[in-house]
Design a protein around this ligand. Structure first.
Ligand code: HEC
Ligand code: HEC
Length: 422
């Protein structure tokens, strides 16, 4: 090849490289509008775990969380399903403890600031959520009288309780406190009748014990805060530079996926804010399973009926009872479920309220090819805004979702005191 031919080839190659490069730059650089959208997903600067105002209370909550004595048969604890090394989920489509549940176990990371709890929002506070679990026959399968007796009988629990809340009711006094009983039990069951025979003041005293246990568990769950994922590092870099240098933890596919997520794919219509959830309830037209789960419809009814809601006698003064007065009619939210957080989502498979999708890819494809089957209520029309996405775009969205993994919580938070390595 002559010199000039070589030169021309070199120039052509260079020109091609430049055009490939600028194409790549166009693909990975973020516009002003995109940077604003990313900032809305990033964590406000300085948002670090708040040390519980009462560390002793949070420590008590932590011990309760890992204690199988909370369950009816002493075999299961909260941690049976909310396992620290799986971002506080269980890796199962549906949980298996005292029975087989019919809803997937959600993560507890960053749970404390949520406005509603459970897929259907049946609890309006973190402390009161605990009552739904303890007496659920498929979860801890306990009843509140038995749990109060358990606390009373076990010196360690009894002392820890007393230190923070004062003495327990005198549970040993017969026949004031039957061995088992709950207003949740079937009215004609032994437990249901036992509860109804109790004096109102004694019922109230037992309810108060439950509420206090909930307060302790909530204080501990406030420590489960984590936001430092590769996405957060990328978002911080993006705040200073529209095209941050390549980053192994946030590859080009994730950048494309992020652009889709906040743009064309419309995901932030619902997965917005630092937890990638608008904390609202949406009907996605997910076909029903045998349980015919009505979601928020049922949640609203249970919430209204619960003496542990924010308007009830056990709520603290700071609780917001007003919002209970402005809730929509339950039927209008038939088939709607809470938008889940997508933080740590790569570690919380399977997905959706009924655990129907084993992989992230399948969960994302749901939005493109709505599955056939009977649905409840009205599927939201906003979903039609999501365009058809190519295989590569789906892969890019998944690559982005995988960057939402935060570093593990410190061992002191995830391991109960007696199990910590010295
Ligand atoms: C049998 C497995 C199981 C056990 C045991 C269990 N959970 Fe759960 N947890 C779940 C499932 C499933 C859900 C979703 C329930 C629903 O939406 O109806 C859930 C929901 C929650 C939520 C709401 C999270 C959110 O984002 O809305 C909190 C908080 C929670 N559990 C805390 C606890 C605590 C505290 C305990 C122990 C007292 C506990 N769980 C025991 C399976 C379990
Ligand atoms: C109209 C609101 C809405 C839009 C838009 C939306 N989602 Fe969702 N998303 C939800 C709700 C609600 C659920 C839970 C549905 C259920 O369990 O039945 C969910 C579940 C998920 C899950 C499963 C998470 C888990 O822990 O189970 C993933 C992943 C997900 N969405 C990703 C996306 C992506 C990617 C987009 C954009 C293509 C998107 N979503 C658009 C509301 C929405």
């Amino acid at each position: 090849m002559s010199r000039s031919a070589k030169g021309a080839a070199l120039i052509a190659a260079l020109a091609m490289a430049v055009s490939v490069f600028s194409q790549a730059a166009d693909e990975t650089a973020f516009t002003h509008a995109e940077r604003v959208a990313v900032r809305a997903l990033a964590v406000p600067p300085g948002h670090t775990p708040q040390e519980a105002p009462d560390p002793a209370l949070a420590d008590f909550g932590q011990r309760l969380f890992f204690d199988p004595r909370l369950s009816g048969d002493g075999r299961f604890s909260c941690a049976s399903c909310h396992q620290p090394d799986r971002a506080f989920t269980d890796g199962l489509a549906l949980p298996e403890a005292a029975g087989r549940g019919h809803r997937n176990t959600p993560t507890l990371i960053n749970v404390a600031d949520n406005p509603w709890f459970q897929w259907d929002g049946a609890a309006d506070s973190l402390w009161s959520q605990m009552l739904l679990v303890v007496e659920n026959p498929r979860e801890l399968a306990n009843d509140r009288l038995n749990l109060a007796h358990t606390l009373y009988r076990n010196e360690d629990l009894r002392a820890a309780y007393r230190r923070r809340f004062g003495p327990l009711p005198r549970m040993s006094e017969e026949p004031r406190f039957p061995a088992h009983g709950s207003p949740q039990a079937a009215p004609d069951s032994l437990e249901g009748r036992a509860w109804r025979r109790m004096a109102a003041a004694d019922q109230d005293a037992v309810n108060r014990v439950m509420a206090n246990l909930g307060v302790a568990l909530a204080a501990w769950q406030r420590r489960l805060v984590r936001y430092d994922s590769p996405f957060d590092h990328f978002a911080a870099a993006l705040a200073d530079n529209p095209d941050p240098p390549p980053d192994e933890a946030f590859p080009a596919a994730a950048r494309r996926g992020l652009k889709l997520f906040i743009g064309e794919a419309q995901c932030t219509l619902c997965h917005s804010g630092p937890d990638f959830s608008n904390q609202a309830f949406h009907n996605l037209g997910v076909p029903v399973t045998d349980h015919r789960d009505t979601g928020r419809e049922q949640g609203l009814r249970r919430l209204a009926a619960s003496p542990f809601n924010a308007a009830g006698p056990y709520a603290g003064e700071e609780s917001d009872a007003d919002r209970l007065r402005f809730l929509p009619p339950p039927e209008s939210l038939r088939g709607a479920f809470k938008t889940p957080s997508l933080r740590n989502v790569a570690r919380t498979a399977p997905y959706f309220h009924d655990g129907r999708f084993a992989t992230l890819e399948a969960a994302v494809r749901f939005y493109l090819e709505p599955p056939e089957g009977e649905t409840l209520g009205q599927r939201e029309a906003t979903l039609d805004l999501i365009p058809d996405l190519s295989d590569r775009q789906v892969a890019d969205l998944v690559a982005f979702l995988k960057t939402l993994d935060s570093a593990p919580l410190p061992e002191a938070v995830t391991t109960p005191p007696e199990r910590r390595s010295p």
